[in-house]
Design a protein around this ligand. Structure first.
Ligand SMILES: Nc1ncnc2c1ncn2[C@@H]1O[C@H](COP(=O)(O)OP(=O)(O)OP(=O)(O)O)[C@@H](O)[C@H]1O
Ligand SMILES: C[C@@](O)(CCO)CC(=O)[O-]
Ligand SMILES: [Mg+2]
Length: 327
């Protein structure tokens, strides 16, 4: 039996635009997904995802053809979950050269799903690490990141960047631009997260931005402008200038909103944070619902979020310097 865990993340800057080759800066946060795997005698997969719904569910199957989930959550949810877990197991089988390996898989995660905190990347990264180790193979962090990217790319139908998976694998603050992924130095960032209890579908949201980009040159320009914000943001990060970082986060949110990936509740939480005196605030991740991230070293934003209609949870998140690890 092997357990690995990997952190979720927030985007300081650059989600969506990163899919088109612009740079982005995601930061790992101290909320993790843990994946435990145990090799089976046969080639089946038995997946238990504790917190995929309130009650959790268990599903046993050996492949698409005879997938007969006996569960009480929506098929969509099961299919979505199986997509990422399945893709992680496929990568692990390939990496270890054991194509028919079967596993009992348990996923326990403190990262709300579909909420912009990179739950999919954390599950895939931890899943690949745990399953390859269970097969006696130890991959480098770079290879885990690379295989996790390929897994997300498959599930999101060709619409994924390396940002989430690289950040989850290595931890800390990272900079991703196309194939170029690296760790960067970051000062102490006082992240406050607001969560509306909802979720967005990453594949669909990315597809929406792609359509806008194809239709309107100004939408394509908007994506490029996000890249300019990121480059400016890197300088503010190096200087430890929180006020400037906040201004740039506000600008980044406005452009994401123009690209159609914000929502009423995300906008409400962003404004609650700004009104509470945060340096800045923006949605994080794919959007459509889920989380915002604000910068505020005081308690004001957290308190304001608690009283914001539509906000289910407001909490502080620490930058997590540690990426994927064996538990
Ligand atoms: N605890 C879990 N157990 C099993 N699968 C999970 C779990 N958490 C997340 N997932 C998988 O990840 C999917 C959510 O991924 P998605 O990319 O849509 O959102 P996210 O990664 O949370 O947010 P974002 O990509 O915007 O940062 C779920 O539908 C499920 O397939
Ligand atoms: C929207 C997106 O940029 C981030 C999702 O967390 C998609 C991706 O980079 O794969
Ligand atoms: Mg995701």
């Amino acid at each position: 039996m092997t357990t690995a865990s990997a952190p979720g993340k927030v985007y300081l800057f650059g989600e969506h635009a990163v899919v088109y080759g612009e740079p982005a800066v995601p930061c790992a946060i101290s909320r993790r997904a843990r994946v435990t795997v145990e090799r089976r005698g046969d080639s089946r997969l038995h997946v238990h995802a504790e917190d995929l719904s309130l009650d959790g569910f268990t599903v046993e199957y050996s492949g698409e053809a005879d997938a007969t989930p006996d569960v009480d959550v929506s098929t969509d949810l099961v299919e979505a979950a199986m997509g990422y877990v399945d893709a992680a197991v496929s990568q692990a089988r390939e990496a270890a050269g054991v194509p028919e390996a079967g596993f009992d898989v348990t996923v326990e995660s403190a990262i709300p799903l579909g909420a912009g905190l990179g739950s999919s990347a954390a599950v895939v990264v931890a899943g690949i690490d745990a399953a390859t180790r269970e097969l006696g193979v130890e991959l480098s962090t770079t290879e885990i990141a690379d295989r996790a990217y390929r897994a997300e790319y498959d599930v999101q139908e060709g619409q994924a960047s390396r940002a989430d998976t690289f950040c989850s694998a290595t931890g800390g603050a990272v900079r991703v631009e196309g194939e170029d992924c690296r760790a960067i130095d970051a000062p102490d960032l006082p992240f406050v997260i607001g969560f509306d209890g909802g979720a967005g579908n990453t594949g669909e949201l990315v597809a929406g931005v792609r359509e806008l980009r194809e239709h309107y040159s100004f939408a394509a320009n908007t994506v490029e402008t996000v890249g300019d914000i990121v480059r400016q943001g890197e300088r503010a990060l190096a200087a430890g200038d929180l006020a400037e970082l906040g201004t740039l986060m506000d600008f980044n949110h406005g452009l994401l909103s123009a690209l159609g990936v914000s929502s009423r509740s995300l906008d409400r939480m962003v404004w609650a944070a700004r009104d509470a005196g945060a340096h800045g605030a923006k949605l994080t991740g794919a959007g459509g619902g889920g989380c915002i991230v604000a910068l505020d070293e005081t308690e004001e934003t957290e308190t304001a979020l608690r009283f914001t209609p539509g906000c289910e949870e407001g909490f502080r998140a620490e930058l997590d310097a540690e990426g994927v690890r064996v538990e």
